[in-house]
Design a binder for this molecule. Structure first.
Ligand code: G
Ligand code: G
Ligand code: MN
Ligand code: NA
Length: 254
């Protein structure tokens, strides 16, 4: 409860900010970013979302927090739209379960897009597998409504939840994000490598894009490329950073 009160103050006192991690293509060209929430706490220093999102999820505060994140991300898109070098960048935003389940979620996203003037086609909402199980009709309805506005959807941390192949086919998603635990293990575990390969093949056979997360080394990048992966995210290409814009292209040539 103390944290909740603190967090309310943080919203008012503008202690929250977004950090952006690049997503790159096969040529290491930046195609977009993932927005990651941070809290510059006056006493405790920088606090990551793993420490306060679960707490915020216990109350309606997560709805306000989620709206703040959406708005900040969309304002950034608008700023990027003003410059040719950054106008194409996509923005992935993590959505929490409670935020997505609220009856007004569609209106919340639409209102933020309208208010900010951000291009919906550049906005990608990241959902996790577990949040999609609850009420499939409601989930599909919400996704379809937002997709009709141009917003796209990614399934985050893929492979760690209850991945039912049946709902993968039913859900109107655009992209799978391979959980970083598989990428981290793939070079020393045949098992992990097989899982990564299976996810990539599954994505393509369902006409979905796929992003490998947590790419930290060039060797991992090469192995992922060999499997057919075409989009990457991880410390190799850039850590989450508040300073913008990211470089247009990473020079990773030897
Ligand atoms: O950035 P970091 O690795 O600390 O993120 C930890 C977790 O917090 C990740 O699972 C990420 O998806 C989640 N997260 C980061 N930013 C947000 C956000 O704005 N909203 C929600 N709901 N989750 C976030
Ligand atoms: O659950 P989600 O995928 O949204 O979480 C993203 C989190 O992963 C962010 O908090 C980010 O800090 C972290 N992350 C991003 N790239 C890497 C990486 O290459 N290695 C590790 N260990 N963590 C990463
Ligand atoms: Mn994510
Ligand atoms: Na993830």
């Amino acid at each position: 409860a103390a944290l909740e009160a603190d967090l309310r103050q943080a919203l008012i006192r503008q202690q929250l900010y977004l950090s952006y991690q690049p997503v790159v293509d096969r040529t290491a060209q930046v195609t977009g970013v993932e927005a990651l929430l941070r809290w510059a706490h006056p006493q405790r220093g920088e606090i990551g979302p793993a420490e306060f999102i679960p707490q915020a999820e216990k109350s309606e505060l997560i709805l306000e927090l989620g709206e703040w994140v959406l708005q900040a991300a969309c304002l950034q898109l608008v700023q990027w739209a003003a410059s040719a070098a950054t106008a194409h960048l996509t923005m992935a935003v993590n959505v929490s379960a409670r935020q997505f389940r609220q009856p007004g979620f569609i209106d919340q996203v639409r209102a933020v897009l309208q208010r900010t003037g951000a291009d919906p086609r550049l906005l990608k909402l990241e959902l996790t597998e577990s949040m999609l199980l609850a009420d499939m009709d409601d989930v599909i309805g919400k996704m379809a409504a937002l997709r009709a506005h141009g917003v796209s959807f990614a399934l985050d941390d893929f492979g760690t939840g209850y991945s039912s192949l049946r709902y993968l086919k039913l859900l109107p998603i655009d992209q799978l994000k391979i959980d970083r635990s598989f990428v981290q293990d793939m070079l020393h575990s045949r098992h992990a490598a097989s899982i990564v390969r299976a996810i990539v093949n599954l994505a393509y056979s369902l006409d979905l894009a796929v992003v490998a997360e947590g790419v930290e080394t060039r060797a991992q990048w090469r192995a992922l490329e060999a499997i057919g992966c075409t989009a990457f995210q991880g410390y190799l290409f850039g850590r989450p950073a508040a300073t913008l814009p990211p470089p247009a292209r990473f020079n990773l040539e030897d």
